[in-house]
Design a protein around this ligand. Sequence first.
Ligand code: ADP
Ligand code: ADP
Length: 226
Amino acid sequence: MAAIEMKNIVKQYGDGFPAVNDVSIDVEDGEFLILVGPSGCGKSTLLRMIVGLEDITDGDMVIGGKRVNDLAPRDRNLSMVFQNYALYPHLTVYENIAFPLRLQNASDSEVDEKVREASKTLELDEHLERKPGNLSGGQRQRVAMGRAIVRDAEAFLFDEPLSNLDAKLRGQMRTEISRLQKRLGITTVYVTHDQTEAMTLGDRVAVLKRGVLQQHATPRELYENP
Ligand code: ADP
Ligand code: ADP
């Protein structure tokens, strides 16, 4: 059973051309899937339908074997990492990472254990008492991932997480995300318009154009058969 099954997914805004048009993609357990395509091709809309931030016009969204079309975002047990990180500026790194656990009313000892484990994995243990405003872009990105990791989520979803970074940092973060994803073995869907990212990060790449799935293959297959 695939971790995420998108079956004939359609998104229609108003009465124009569908933003997502009959897209079917299976994301296997532990797979790193890239959604790529030019601006306006529907990739954010598709990601938001996985997370539950957007209603699905037609088709079935199945996560962990369960149809989630009518489930609220908080009931889907997914972790989304946004482009702007969405960190709380007045909270320390520690409390930013702890936030989802606090929402679940986890005990202090459980919070502490999970935050320390995540911050070690992300090499943030030296920075736990700092505030986001005093961190580099790369560190902020890692805090955002820390918040995603502590929840033991079913999958990670990334919406163009690196597009605010300069080229050098982008390269470093790309390597880091890839390394962490493999180490954690967590199913990941990653949206980008950047071809390089698409070809270097993912196990498989889904190419969208005007809402239609054009290709769905490994980077190697795409190189050999563009
Ligand atoms: P991106 O290309 O990075 O997804 P956009 O600029 O297309 O960013 O969209 C930014 C926000 O505006 C999104 O939340 C999207 O839902 C919304 N949006 C985009 N196009 C429209 C539209 N035609 N009408 C209303 N909202 C839109
Ligand atoms: P991408 O992420 O690939 O840039 P989007 O998913 O943001 O593409 O948008 C796909 C299409 O849907 C675009 O034509 C966009 O203008 C439209 N769109 C996105 N959000 C909205 C919205 N909230 N209302 C109306 N149209 C939207």
